[in-house]
Design a protein around this ligand. Sequence first.
Ligand SMILES: Nc1ncnc2c1ncn2[C@@H]1O[C@H](COP(=O)(O)OP(=O)(O)OP(=O)(O)O)[C@@H](O)[C@H]1O
Length: 513
Amino acid sequence: MEARRAESDHWHLFLAFTPMSIRVRGPNGKLSSLSYQNDSLQITNGSTTTVPLRQVLGAKRASRSFELSYLRRSKTMGLETLTGILPDEVTDDVADAWIETLLQMAYEGMGVSRQRRLKVVINPHGGTKKAVGIFKKSVEPIFLAAECTLDVVHTTRPGHAYDIGKDLSLTDYDAIAILSGDGLVHEILNGLAHNLHPIKALATPLAPIPTGTGNGLSLNILGFDDGFDVGVAALNAVKGLPMKVDLCSVTQNGKRTISFMSQAMGLMADLDIGTEHLRWMGEARFSYGFLRGCGLFVSLQALGSNADPPVIKMKPSPLRILIKEYESDKEKMFEALQQRKKNPPAATKPAEADLESTQLPTLKYALDDEEGWTVVQEPLLYLFAGKGPYVGRHVYLSTQSLLSTLFRDYMSFPVSLPDDGLLDIVLQTTNVSRVELLRNQSAAPKGLVYWHPSVRYVKAHAYRVKPLASKGALAVDGEIFPFEEFQVEAHSKLGCFLSPFGYYAAPFERHTY
Ligand SMILES: Nc1ncnc2c1ncn2[C@@H]1O[C@H](COP(=O)(O)OP(=O)(O)OP(=O)(O)O)[C@@H](O)[C@H]1O
């Protein structure tokens, strides 16, 4: 206690003697004035640029040369470097004190350690295969400006990221930055789950940098506007704070798989499954899957008209579903979301004993347990379950042209909370027409489908699905799984993502259908 007080006194004395501003002469001979105030840095040389301290990456002096690195937001977040010579009035001591104060405010003052040690995993094959170039051009310079230590690996085959997680040293890295889509995150998490100390391994914070086809995790962490901005994602790897998140175990045929995002059956699984060979289509691949899944012959004119949509019943998915339900009142779940956003909890570390454990948490629910489980009676078009509001898949159908079909930003679980220990389940009943279903997709980025009366939405500890037909599709985090019986349960706070906010960044409002 005494030591901490002395440290704080020392810091206040240091602050009192540090000037608020210094000047730097740029290569063009002009002087820039740099000053920090509250939570921003002001750079004045004719006009004034205000840089939030969170976007300040580094500052250093070598003899009389000075360099400042920060991120500036124009259309996207990009790296800026200000270099110059310190004028005589700014002594070395003054410059060093000013730099130290700035960095203290920009890092420790925000609860972040400087010079993070990052394991960087890049999938050269993901999405449109641009990850390597994006890393070199836009991400690595940000990490280096922040003086991070980098250990970069390019995955060379499917399964490589699993091995990286399995063999990861748990003392050498502060976080894992992943340049890929959700598929590689799934692989790394499953590798970590097979690490010698799985609970400790899964507590390693992950920071996705979106360079895949499906980037739902980036959207959840960074939000709708910034979810595909690699500069914002790189900043999150440097400055994000650990946010504990629930992970799920999917048990099928005695095999246990970790799922961080979604399990889809029926129509929604068609988005991923059977479209692998269409990777060249980019995001349009998922639109194709959706249209194929609900029958291609939908009249786009009908989508644009105000006439009552024709009711064309679709074939229900043949599934027996049991749910260990926690809540199904949409209003109550919406209210819990508002409360959680107001009070994000501080990240906690797993208990010491758990960190040393060589086992994953034991499963709570037996595979044949039926007591207290609800059996879903309604015929369903699809079941979609998971964690995190966005699942990175969205059909938006223009009423004018199929060419403007987009497919991303699907907010499927708008009231999902990172750490309530529950998974969210969407049960799309067949009480909806094809046209309505497609119309609903245009509300998907905002998650408004949640309020549609044909959607049953449940928060659950666990659920079990038994397919009643041999043909069908199951996708776990977008990966193909056998269409066979499986059970899923949530594990409270087993995983960890770096986050700028401490909650999922997905604005969600009430809506009336
Ligand atoms: N060098 C490689 N060559 C081929 N496949 C690879 C390679 N490295 C990783 N993979 C595989 O690529 C798959 C897709 O990964 P990722 O999520 O990064 O991209 P994506 O385009 O978003 O994929 P998805 O469409 O499945 O979400 C992973 O399942 C992974 O096993």
